[in-house]
Design a protein around this ligand. Structure first.
Ligand code: GDD
Ligand code: GTP
Length: 415
């Protein structure tokens, strides 16, 4: 029997995802029509041996209850949410809930960062791990560019055995282009290693030698306190994959992830198409779409959305109950829940895809503002219940929830 743990952080995290995460916790933001971490759940549920998924985070149970109950109905697997009383880091929550993970004596458990998206090859990862009897943890790794690699966990591996000899989390200078994907399979014995790490953290906390790195005595970094010390002991391995993988940190990366998940889940696409569709497009069955609209590629339309005559939408996500009025254009944008775009208006952003000319390039998770304090061009975001009047142009802008715009804007945050 196998289990899976999904780490989702809490309301303090995902700040680069604002304002999209103001109304919906980032792990529940819909990508290709389903909440971000439903893609993780689906990947775990596909494995017959996987019997339980524990979602660990510091969002309140109230935030997560509906989602967990929906998932429980959809997948034949036990799914539970475990709330940390305070953010305990990527290792602290895992250690706190170790008894729940160990219950039933699973052979191993998967550990998945909630903010990555991928064609999770969990079966291959499990087989790889199982073949190495001394392995405590196997990390799914992928190649990145030299320049981008330093924003991730970097690993140096033995070319034959694939044992990780060196692990540095977000190094200051170049270490390796093999990066940690935030997807792991762990043997239960890893909790012994964690117990030692926990003891060291506690000692440091109470003697004041941890510095600012541990805000709480139970705080532990899975990467720095567990993986880094395991490197070179022949208990840590990396399985390199070449399939699609990305982080979801910024709103721009949601559009990128949407494209790939739509491609992976073509079976969710509407047949027959209610209007001219350029694949891939996800249309919720309750969306009302005029037959003269043209939608796609890379568009997800949520529940109860109304799309009127002559509308053109591409490379965008339109959230539940939004209305796109006659002849409006929406491109490289996210339209929030209950928002409305007036007739003949144009809502447009700038794509922020990885550089197609650089092999292994990942998304650049550029901050909102550049060094002179100006907004970096990115996708346009309309917060929940925003109203864009008729015949206006909105370019590379972010509109916070509930604003009623009265004119056109470009390169602005509208508070
Ligand atoms: N439960 C819980 N509690 N989850 C947490 C906490 C916490 O206190 N802190 C972070 N997480 C979750 C986040 O929601 C995210 O899903 C995951 O743990 C990773 O946390 P980050 O702190 O955002 O790390 P990162 O994404 O910058 O880097 C990690 O992922 C990269 C791949 O995406 C590292 O594991 C890197 O080594 C790796 O390359
Ligand atoms: P990930 O995207 O999940 O990696 O984290 P993040 O976006 O929160 O990282 P970022 O570098 O933007 O922020 C680092 C930390 O600073 C966050 O985890 C928050 O604790 C804190 N922080 C950043 N911005 C704000 C803010 O506007 N308000 C508050 N309260 N805290 C913030």
């Amino acid at each position: 029997m196998l289990k899976a743990v999904i780490l989702i952080g809490g309301p303090q995290k995902g700040t680069r995802f604002r304002p999209l995460s103001l109304d919906t916790p980032k792990p529940l933001f819909p990508i290709a029509g389903v909440p971000l971490i439903q893609h993780h759940i689906e990947a775990c549920a596909k494995l017959e041996e996987c019997k339980e998924i524990l979602i660990i985070g510091s969002y309140t149970t109230a935030h997560m209850a509906q989602f967990v109950s929906d998932m429980q109905k959809e997948y034949p697997i036990i799914i539970r949410y475990l709330q940390e009383f305070t953010p305990l880091g990527t290792g602290g929550g895992l250690y706190l809930f170790r008894d729940q993970i160990r219950a039933g004596n699973p052979s191993a458990f998967f550990l998945l960062n909630g903010d990555v998206c991928a064609d999770f090859g969990l079966k291959e990862l499990w087989t790889f791990h199982n073949e190495r009897s001394d392995a405590l943890v196997t990390i799914m790794g992928t190649e990145a560019t030299r320049q981008q690699s330093v924003h991730y966990g970097c690993m140096v591996c033995d070319t034959v055995t694939k044992a990780v000899n060196h692990y540095v989390e977000k190094p200051n200078s170049y270490v390796s282009t093999l990066i940690n994907c935030g997807v792991y399979v762990c043997s239960l014995q890893v909790f012994h290693t964690m117990a030692d790490a926990f003891q060291r953290k506690q000692d440091g906390f109470y003697s004041g030698t941890n510095g600012n790195s541990s805000p709480h005595p139970g705080y532990m970094s899975w990467e720095q306190d567990v993986l880094a010390p395991l490197a070179g002991t022949k208990k840590l391995y990396a399985m390199q994959v070449t399939s699609w993988w990305s982080q979801v940190k910024t709103a721009g990366s949601a559009i990128y992830a949407n494209r790939h998940y739509l491609e992976l889940h073509r079976e969710r696409q509407a047949v027959p198409a209610p209007c001219h569709i350029l694949p891939d497009v996800f249309l919720h069955p309750t969306a009302i779409v005029d037959s003269t609209a043209v939608i796609g590629p890379n568009v997800s339309i949520g529940a109860g959305v109304t799309i009127k005559a002559g509308v053109r939408i591409k490379e965008s996500i339109v959230l539940n109950h939004a209305t796109i009025n006659e002849h409006a254009l929406v491109m490289y944008s996210v339209v929030g829940q209950d928002a409305s775009v007036g007739e003949w208006s144009r809502v447009e952003g700038t794509p922020s895809d990885p550089d197609p000319n650089k092999p292994f390039a990942k998304m650049d998770n550029t901050p909102l503002f550049n060094s002179d304090g100006r907004l970096n061009p990115s996708i346009t975001i309309l917060g929940a219940s925003v109203v864009v009047p008729a015949e206006t142009i909105l370019l590379n802008s972010i509109v916070l929830p509930h604003k009623h715009l009265t004119r056109s804007f470009k390169h602005e945050i509208i508070l």
